[in-house]
Design a protein around this ligand. Sequence first.
Ligand code: FAD
Length: 454
Amino acid sequence: DPRLLWFRQDLRLADQAAVAAAASAGPVAAVYVLDDKVAGDWAIGGAQRWWLHHSLAALAKALDKHGVPLILRRGDAVAEVAKVAREVGAVEVHALHHYEPWWQAAEEALAEKVFLVLHQGTRLIPPDQVRTGTGGRYRMFTAFWRALRQQMPPEAPRRAPTKIAGVSKPVASDRLADWDLLPTMPDWSKGFDVWTPGEAGAKRRLDRFVDHVEDYDEARNLPSIEGTSRFSPHLHFGELSPAQVWHRLDGKAGAEPFLRELAWRDFTGNVIDILPDYGKRNGRDAYGGFPWRRGQTADRDFAAWTRGRTGYPIVDAGMRQLWATGWMHNRVRMIAASFLIKHLLLDWRRGERWYWDTLVDADYGNNAVNWQWVAGTGIDSNPFGRIMAPLSQSAKFDAGGYIRAWVPELAGLSDGVIHDPHGAGCAPKEYPAPLIGHVEGRARALAANAKMRG
Ligand code: FAD
């Protein structure tokens, strides 16, 4: 009896429990549905469409080796999966369970129509298995991590099945090229060639990082070097399982700080599982009435931020790296986000939207939790009044190399002045003046916060 495999953000064959279960039970058909509506405001963004194209191509090739075609459909995910299941005569549909609220709803709806078997495998362990002593759910990362750590390691990852038999009945499929996921006019994706989407590319990253994990704790805060793993898009699309990462690195010298960081993914899965609206709703209700700036000058400032023209070199370097490569270093993500929220006094949700569209690793839980963490609106974040100073952050974490790489008009400046060229009176003509001074911006943010608290 045939089984249908439903792929989403789990585009791999190794350590994929749905693949393993379906393949061991009999002949298999595989489907991916591009659903532009299911996620509402979180429909897949521009940068990720590029990634998805290449990742699907890689998965289709890997399945093809087994003689299993990847069936592509566009439309309502639940309806299409149910339809394909009927077409191939599937007795069961196998899939990994996902924590995004729209996927949880889709899984429930699909279970009404077909015999749906959900498997775990997108997190180290299911977040609802990480419980307080009294059985509650955690709202703070540190406590969550302590409880999670005690249940580690996760189950050992399994290899990809050596044999997957396909169903004999041919079924209609879209052509990937017809989905127009790649940018054409203009093609902004040149800088994306630093990435290799797909399971093989993910595995290469993992192999490469094994030798570097030892330096992670020191190197992770320096944006000018490749001190972090760059697993994030691979993890988001499920080309790599968290268990594979854990088992490969656990026990290596210096791995613990890295594993703790990896567990943030599990924490954000936990947050969106208990607070599904977290992408749009402040964790701290009081912030609902915050006096964010609006109107024309606010919009102009927002546009300057997106283009990397704020007059703060570290922020601009980050925003340009994001545009060019679909990724930004974590330290700089924090600085740029904090600058938008506190110095420009713009609603964090505007920044969340921009990151959503431009990051190759855009992830509902990770993005929302981190934005709210920086904003001070979250359930586990510093108070709003803790304001990052972009210039001292810049001097502390970048010797100048990062700024030089991404803001070429400043490349000729010396280490001493590159962080604040206007302040030092040596900014080249083409580099914009700061949108607001640090002292002034800080005072404005604190005043707004005081006003809100009345
Ligand atoms: P590494 O440092 O090598 O970490 C390994 C893995 O652990 C990452 O791939 C990621 O899956 C996980 N991880 C690490 N730090 C975090 C974190 N703070 N929160 C959640 N998971 C983490 N990450 C995303 O994957 N998607 C997003 O949409 C996203 N939006 C962010 C928005 C803001 C404002 C900020 C400050 C951070 C955001 N992050 C997001 C978290 C973090 O910046 C990235 O996960 C990290 O930079 C990815 O690079 P890496 O794989 O080299 O990380």
